[in-house]
Structures are given as structure tokens and as C-alpha cells.
Design a protein around this ligand. Structure first.
Ligand code: FAD
Length: 431
């Protein structure tokens, strides 16, 4: 492979790398995509005993205004959308269940807010939608609410929502501009949550179909080890099989990996800085059941314990054997719990109790559980001390960056898609 030269070399075959590779190849660029393991990265679908376990509910938030929908149209991707039913989403508030105020109907039905507080909360939403409220990058959402003297109940409500959307136990630390940017999109969407039929695997196959149809080259099990650079240009990626050279480079690998391959380059110190940031970690505890336990809701959020269960097989029955059910539980971890085995075990027991409470009999129906006690939902957690990685630096004119650790739109995979889309456009504009 020593003489291989491409218009664009893309490093990392997760959702960001795959979407950049599909987009650029569809526009006529000769691309190479390098992935050290299997395609998909954290967006994996694991097949065990007839169940397809995905990392997360593969939920796309605000799909009508999402970059994934844009890619769907522009690339002709076939995505089997399964829209979430908001009336089936409930908050567990101890002795009672109540509607999630994710839309106007939910807002009027929810018991989380009373009388006049609902009006105040609706007013906050309206201000966000109309861009009258934008927050400030130097103020956390907590500080912003204190300054604006938002009352206790409305404050609780806003932080509760942020906790569930940002997968964090520390919603108060989110920068207020990030908070309002996110909610402006979510409050104005007609499709707040949608799942992808067939899971992440179906989406990965669609990207691969487009890349291959446009003669893109995909190299799996091939790791980028270091870079060849000249002045303000990257010239190649060094691998065990030789150098892959190119005109432009898109790096879709997390900060810790970037820090390794950018050693002894102009970006060494910057990348080391980003590599020290904390990711957002969760516990995943999914269960495959041999027959369905039907309850009147498909999403239940335990407000006190910061965890939720989704009945994903209600929407995507391709992920279970006939008659089966796949329930997915996700618990947000605090910094203190991370790496503390006892605390993590306790959290697992609390998840089991939540299953007992809402899906009684699940233990008898259990075929296979799948647990991960340290899953990275997003590579850079939103706090006042951590910022997303820019998509390019002036030091290297032909190096771009994409992934859910980069600046972009939305949260989670939407950050991967939007940063990949932006850098691809930028490369195409260069000609
Ligand atoms: C439990 C869980 C639940 C989730 N739920 C949702 C959800 O419901 N909705 C949603 O939108 N998102 C969800 N996410 C987040 C989503 O999975 C990620 O945002 C997305 O997959 C990130 O894609 P990426 O390409 O940016 O990064 P990654 O998936 O991390 O991709 C990076 C890739 O680079 C490769 N790589 C690294 N180093 C090298 C190297 N040196 N050379 C070559 N290749 C390299 C890696 O192997 C990997 O494939 C969830 C994540 C988890 C863990």
C-alpha cells in the first residue's frame, strides 16, 4: 500500500468517519477510510441469542431538523424511521407516574409542575424558541438561572430535562449557551425522538453501500499510528502496512487517540489538552426477554436515580426473536461513582429494582442480559471547564476533525454527523 494516494483520507470508521466518507465519495472525491477495528465504532449492534443489542436506543433527537435527515436526502440513504410516541413516555416520581413535558400536551398533563409554574415554564420555552434567550458561554445554566431568578420549581424542571437529554448527573454545570442552543432545536421539532429500524447496523450498512457505489476504499483492522507532516500540511498517515497519503485528511478518532498520532507535530500540546477532558459515562443494562411484558408506557425515567428504561422492541421488532422483548436501561454515572466497583454494583441493583417495579416478571422471562459499566456516551462531557474540539486548526491547512467530541449541532451522534457534514462541505469548497 506504500504508494496509495487519495483526495481525502479519513481516519476512524465510526458514524462521523462513515458519514464523511459517504458524503465526500458521493461528490466525486477519491477517498480512503481507515478503521483500526470494525466499522461503527461505539455505534455497535451485538447479536446474542437472537437479540440485537445496540449501544443505546439508537434514538435520533429532532430528526426532522437533523443532519442525518439531510444526509438521508442528499445521499439517498434508506432509513427505516420508527417515531417515538410521546404519550408513552412517563416520569417515575416515586409513588406515581406522570407525563414527560416533552411537548405541549405533556406539559399540560404533567404533575411535575403546578398551575402558574406551568405558565412560567411555557414562557421560558417560548423565549428559547424565539431566540430571546440564548444563554452565555461564560455562565453555567445554574448561574444563569440564579441571575434570572428563575423560581425553584421551574429550575428543577429545566435541570431535570437537561439531565435526561445530556445523559448527566450534573446538569447544572452545562454552559448556558449550549443548553439554549440544544433546546431551541428540540422545542421546535415535530419529531422529538425517532429510532432507526434495524439499529445502528442498518445505518452503517447504508453508509458502506454509498461509499462502495462511489469506489471509496475501506480499510478495516488498520490503525493510524502516526503522521507524516511537512510545514503546515499533513502528507500521510503511517500504518503497519505503509503510508496512506492524501491531499486532505479528516480525523474522526477521539481526543485520546488524536493525542497519540499527533505526537511530535504542531498540534501535540493542543491534542494532549483535549485528551485530558472527561467523557460522559453511563451504565448500560439491557435485557432480552423471551416474551413481552406489556405495560402502558415504552419509556420510563426515574427522576430520583437518573436512569431510564426504553422498550426498544415496541418500536423496532427486528431486534428480537418472535414474541420477545428487548428492554434497555441506562443509568447516568457521577464522577464519584466512576471506577468505584461497590457504587457501580449498587447502581446495577437499583436498575434491577426499576425493572421489577415497571416490568414485573422480567426475571422469569430473561434469556440474556448485556451489561456495560463504563460506556462512553459522549467523548467530551459538557461542563464549564471543558469545550468541544474545533473542526480545524490553523496549524495544518488540510487537517479536519469530526466526532461527538467536536463543535457541531445537537448531542451524541448528531454532533458526529454535523461535524462530519461541516468539514466535508469545507473540503468540497476548497475544490
Ligand atoms: C450506551 C450508549 C448509548 C448511546 N445512545 C445514543 C442514542 O440513543 N442516540 C445517539 O444519537 N447517540 C447515542 N450514543 C452515542 C453514539 O453512539 C456516539 O455519539 C457515536 O457513535 C459516536 O461516533 P463517532 O464516529 O463520533 O465516534 P466513535 O464511535 O468513537 O468512532 C471512532 C472510531 O475511530 C476508530 N479509531 C480510533 N483510533 C483509531 C486509529 N488510531 N486508527 C484508526 N481508527 C481508529 C475507533 O475504533 C472507532 O471506530 C450512545 C452511546 C452509548 C455508548
Amino acid at each position: 500500500m506504500t504508494t496509495n494516494h487519495f483526495d481525502v483520507v479519513i481516519v476512524g470508521g465510526g458514524l462521523a468517519g462513515l458519514s464523511a466518507a459517504a458524503y465526500l465519495s458521493s461528490k466525486g472525491k477519491k477517498i480512503a477510510l481507515l478503521e483500526r477495528g470494525a466499522l461503527g465504532g461505539r455505534a455497535v449492534t451485538l447479536k446474542i441469542k437472537g437479540f440485537n443489542f445496540n449501544f443505546g436506543a439508537h434514538a435520533i433527537y429532532g430528526r426532522d431538523t437533523s443532519v442525518l435527515s439531510k444526509l438521508e436526502k442528499e445521499l439517498g440513504l434508506k432509513i427505516d424511521w420508527r417515531d417515538f410516541e410521546p404519550t408513552k413516555a412517563k416520569y417515575d416520581i416515586g409513588n406515581d407516574l406522570t407525563a414527560v413535558p416533552a411537548n405541549i400536551q405533556g406539559l399540560f398533563q404533567t404533575k411535575l409542575l403546578k398551575g402558574f409554574d406551568k405558565v412560567k415554564f411555557t414562557f421560558e420555552i417560548l423565549k428559547t424558541m424565539l431566540k430571546l434567550e440564548t444563554g452565555h458561554p461564560h455562565l453555567s445554566i445554574q448561574k444563569w438561572m440564579e441571575r434570572k431568578q428563575v423560581n425553584e420549581e421551574v429550575r428543577e424542571m429545566m435541570l431535570g430535562l437537561a439531565s435526561s437529554n445530556f445523559f448527566t448527573r450534573e446538569p447544572e454545570k452545562i454552559p448556558s449557551d449550549v443548553f439554549f442552543n440544544y433546546y431551541r432545536r428540540i422545542f421546535t421539532t415535530n419529531k422529538p425522538v425517532a429510532y432507526i429500524g434495524g439499529g445502528w447496523q442498518a445505518l452503517i450498512e447504508e453508509f458502506v453501500r454509498v461509499i462502495e457505489a462511489n469506489d471509496g476504499k475501506i480499510f478495516t483492522k488498520l490503525k493510524a499510528e502516526s503522521l507524516a507532516v511537512e510545514g503546515d500540511h499533513v502528507t500521510g498517515v503511517n500504518t503497519a502496512d505503509g503510508v496512506i497519503s492524501g491531499d486532505e485528511f479528516v480525523f474522526c478518532i477521539p481526543p485520546k487517540e488524536l493525542a497519540k498520532i499527533f505526537q511530535e507535530t504542531r498540534l501535540e500540546h493542543i491534542m494532549t489538552h483535549y485528551a485530558n477532558y472527561d467523557p460522559t459515562y453511563v451504565i448500560v443494562y439491557d435485557v432480552g426477554l423471551k416474551s413481552r411484558i406489556d405495560v402502558p408506557y415504552t419509556y420510563i425515567y426515574d427522576k430520583q436515580n437518573n436512569m431510564f428504561i426504553t422498550d426498544i422492541s415496541y418500536y423496532d421488532y427486528t431486534c428480537v426473536p418472535e414474541g420477545g422483548q428487548l428492554l434497555q436501561a441506562t443509568a447516568y454515572l457521577s464522577q464519584e461513582e466512576l471506577g468505584n466497583k461497590d457504587l457501580v454494583e449498587q447502581r446495577k441493583e437499583v436498575i434491577e429494582k426499576l425493572y421489577d417495579k415497571h416490568f414485573p416478571g422480567w426475571r422469569e422471562q430473561l434469556v440474556v442480559p448485556r451489561v456495560s459499566t463504563r460506556a462512553v456516551v459522549q467523548e467530551i462531557k459538557w461542563t464549564m471547564n471543558q469545550q468541544a474540539l474545533p473542526t480545524f486548526f490553523p496549524d495544518y491547512r488540510n487537517a479536519f476533525f469530526a466526532g461527538d467530541w467536536c463543535q457541531g449541532q445537537g448531542q451524541l451522534s448528531e454532533l458526529s454527523f454535523s461535524s462530519a457534514y461541516e468539514v466535508s462541505k469545507c473540503i468540497l469548497q476548497k475544490g
